[in-house]
Write a protein that binds this ligand. Structure first.
Ligand code: FES
Length: 65
């Protein structure tokens, strides 16, 4: 395991990019299945609130642009 901290970037679109594989859990501790990511080994979460696949970003932040 790397000693480097995981990079998490808040994008201008509102998405939150985790530059590492990650397991995302719900409030009960159950793993939430992840959609296929454009960049394997990363996870992109929705921060804009418009995603239809919350908590993951599905690109809906681009709607209306
Ligand atoms: S940040 Fe992409 S759909 Fe919300």
């Amino acid at each position: 395991m790397s000693d480097q901290p995981v990079r998490i970037t808040i994008k201008p679109s509102g998405s939150i990019l985790i530059e590492s594989p990650a397991v995302i859990l719900d409030a009960d501790g159950n793993e939430i299945p992840q959609p296929t990511q454009k960049r394997p080994g990363t996870v992109k979460l929705c921060g804009c609130g418009n995603s239809k696949t919350k908590p993951f970003c599905d690109g809906s932040h681009n709607e209306g642009r």
